[in-house]
Design a protein around this ligand. Structure first.
Ligand code: NAD
Ligand code: LMR
Length: 328
């Protein structure tokens, strides 16, 4: 067994929290040889419910669970953490767009960014799940001037996994036969799920499906899947969101598979014409715990227009929250 690492999860008594904590504690995120100490943050009124979750975590007697800290103090929650999964935020209801949550949720992420800046390990890996995830990640990053901006990421992995699942069903293959799917941009209805570089069982995906299905069925289905789950379940996705968060952190830490890539919301750096200043979904590979944008992909006019549209939305979201950034 390795030495334990500290993993903070916010919103730990919420529905994603309930699907996430047991999998992290069981070793699904960092491996069966990596013990974890969970740091669980909740708002004060949710502390009794959180205590119940802690009791259940202890009752699982997981070999990889080395301790639990449960608190409503953000400075305690982020003390010396190696990982931070920022889940705690309001979910949207029917008829809302995720950016409608900016006002309610944006204010959560400036104090959390500052507390990470002051207390977390200098190489902390931060994943923002709470919506609107990309812009909340930007708010946290902009309040943490002493941390590397690349520590801050947002979750587009659920969209990536949804794209794999839709394409697998259409082509009659398994998701593991599919390589090189990309989610560009925002975790919102402007995201662009790109199949131009995707292969299914070694064949070009776009040679196996018709353009009409790609444009009119596949893209909107992936873009609108969150709303479809809310309509069907009466609550937003939780187990699939937790699973995607596990995938994101596992690949960021343990690496991606040779010959494939994953999608992560990361600080834009000018690659593919997306100027710095937003947290944008890119295709990435990970080696030795560092992510790199996949470079050199051909971008046609169809893709360019969609990548620019989602970039425009992110810039608009940014303009609406700049007052929450730390003063320089
Ligand atoms: P939930 O309402 O069940 O749980 C949220 C929890 O966060 C609650 O227990 C609440 O008390 C807590 N919380 C609120 N403010 C907090 C704060 N300042 N500090 C710590 N905890 C706080 O919601 P959920 O279904 O678990 O969803 C959480 C968020 O994740 C929502 O914003 C939702 O839209 C988002 N989400 C994102 C994705 C994605 O792909 N990025 C997927 C699914 C859900
Ligand atoms: C999702 O994609 O399922 C989440 O972001 C929840 C939502 O509001 O759609």
């Amino acid at each position: 067994m390795k030495a334990p690492v500290r993993v903070a999860v916010t919103g730990a008594a919420g529905q994603i929290g309930y699907a996430l904590l047991f999998r992290i504690a069981a070793g699904d995120m960092l491996g069966p040889d990596q013990p974890v100490i969970l740091h669980l943050l909740e708002i004060t009124p949710a502390l009794p419910a959180l205590q119940g979750v802690v009791m259940e975590l202890n009752d699982c007697a997981f070999p990889t669970l080395a301790g639990v800290v449960a608190t409503d103090d953000v400075n305690v929650a982020f003390k010396d953490v190696d990982y931070a999964l920022l889940v705690g935020a309001r979910p949207r209801g029917p008829g809302m767009e995720r950016k409608d949550l900016l006002e309610a949720n944006g204010a959560i992420f400036s104090p959390q960014g500052k507390a990470l800046n002051d207390h977390a390990k200098r190489d902390v890996r931060v994943l923002v799940v709470g919506n609107p995830a990309n812009t909340n990640a930007l708010i946290a990053q902009q309040n943490a001037p002493d941390l590397d901006p690349k520590c801050f990421t947002a979750m587009v992995r659920l969209d990536h996994n949804r794209a794999l699942s839709q394409l697998a069903e259409k082509t009659g293959k398994h998701t593991t036969d599919i390589k090189k799917v990309t989610i560009w941009g925002n975790h919102s209805s402007t995201q662009y799920p790109d199949l131009h570089h995707t292969t299914v069982d070694g064949k070009a995906a776009l040679s196996l499906i018709d353009q009409g299905w790609y444009e009119k069925d596949f893209i909107p289905t992936v873009q609108q899947r969150g709303a479809a789950i809310i309509k069907a379940r009466g609550a937003s996705s939780a187990a699939s969101a937790a699973s995607a968060a596990i995938d994101h952190m596992r690949n960021w830490t343990l690496g991606t598979t040779e010959g494939d890539w994953v999608s992560m919301g990361i600080p834009s750096d000018g690659s593919y014409g997306i100027e710095p200043g937003v947290i944008y979904g890119y295709p990435v590979t990970v080696k030795n715990g560092k992510y790199e944008i996949v470079q050199g992909l051909a971008i046609n006019d169809f893709s360019r227009a969609r990548m620019d549209a989602t970039n425009k939305e992110l810039r608009e979201e940014r303009a609406g929250v700049e007052h929450l950034f730390a003063k320089k």
